[in-house]
Design a protein around this ligand. Structure first.
Ligand code: ATP
Ligand code: MG
Length: 319
């Protein structure tokens, strides 16, 4: 758990971060979101003490990080940045092995861990381990960045616009992989972005910053239903409901009952593994008023526009 209390950073008379307080629970995915210059990177870097606060505190599992050695602190926190920061003169194997080597792991354990991490991020170790960073695509390099950050199994992962420099399609794929990784590993993650779609898709909680102030810290559904200010409402805009629909799976919705004689092939249909947003797109695309929901080809129920909208209704639809 990370507790940030009254955290402030001043540069001369300029206040970059102004008395920010928030708690990131164990295993929670928190996104720091806000316009350029709002203080996101500064908050993130105060968590691992790459930037020292002017005042305020950061507690890691109840221990004030100011009392810890910065190097030891950083080994408990994987750090991923845009353009990865991979060492260009080292192979992917050596890059991923960086922290385990610092920790003095033996060679066999390191080798096994490197393979395991590359597999985890979807890169075949036999193909990639001996390559150099310049031989990778942007998306592959970002995956290696994530593998390196996870190599020593740190409980916390700090990520600063990790997918900022890749093309939109790759970016979307990396976001979905990140969501899957978080569900699997349950690391405590603090992730910086200024991309609203990315934030809403990934976050358990979003901290919206504005000129160094924390405007609101809440789940995306809560930001939609109860924005704390006009700024929050305006920042997320009209599309927030639609973006939230991309967070939820159709299988979480109570379907309407189905006439047992209906088959999936008979009418417009969707698999129950799609998101609410995809189901809505399907409905509109098929110019239909309802869709049959199928599970591995077998009909399970019916959804219509009303069901989809009601599923979001009070913002409590399960993720
Ligand atoms: N070392 C520094 N000296 C002086 N001012 C700084 C320093 N680092 C950051 N700032 C200022 O503090 C403010 C917050 O910077 P920060 O990098 O945290 O913003 P950000 O929200 O991460 O922005 P971006 O989305 O552009 O990355 C900015 O106005 C920046 O110019
Ligand atoms: Mg930044």
């Amino acid at each position: 758990m990370i507790e940030i209390a009254d955290l402030t950073k001043r540069y001369g008379s300029f206040t970059a971060v102004d008395s920010v307080s928030l708690t990131v629970e164990q295993g929670q995915f928190t996104v720091l979101l806000g316009p350029s210059g709002s203080g996101k990177t500064t908050v993130l870097r105060m968590i691992n003490r790459m930037v020292e606060p002017t005042s305020g505190r950061v507690l890691l599992n109840g221990v004030d990080t100011a009392t810890m050695r910065p190097e030891s602190l950083r080994r408990t926190m994987g750090y991923v940045i845009q353009n990865t920061g991979l060492f260009p003169n080292m192979t992917i194997r050596r890059n991923v092995a960086t922290v385990p080597r610092l920790l003095g792991w033996d060679r066999r354990r390191i080798e096994e861990r490197v393979s395991e991490m590359l597999d985890l991020v979807g890169l075949d170790p036999d193909t990639y381990a001996s390559k150099y960073p310049h031989q990778l695509s942007g998306g592959e390099a970002q995956r290696v960045g994530v593998a390196r950050a996870l190599a020593a199994d740190p409980p916390v992962l700090l990520m600063d616009e990790p997918f900022g420099a890749v093309d939109p399609l790759t970016r979307e794929r990396l976001q979905l992989e990140m969501k899957r990784l978080h569900a699997k590993l349950r690391k405590t993650i603090v992730f910086v972005t200024h991309d609203i779609d990315e934030a809403v898709l990934l976050a358990d909680r979003i901290a919206l910053l504005r000129e160094g102030h924390l405007e609101q810290y809440a789940a995306p559904e809560k930001l939609w239903i109860e924005p704390a200010s006009e700024f929050v409402k305006g920042f997320f805009g009209e599309n927030l409901g639609l973006r939230i629909m991309a967070r939820h799976c159709l299988s979480s919705v109570p379907f309407k009952p189905l006439d047992p004689s209906v088959s999936c092939a008979a009418a417009p249909h969707v698999e129950d593994s799609v998101t609410l947003k995809e189901a809505l797109a399907e409905l509109v695309g098929a110019k239909a008023t309802k869709l049959i929901v199928c599970h591995e080809g077998a009909p399970r129920g019916v959804v219509d526009f009303e069901t989809l909208v009601k599923a979001l209704g009070d913002g409590s639809a399960p993720a």
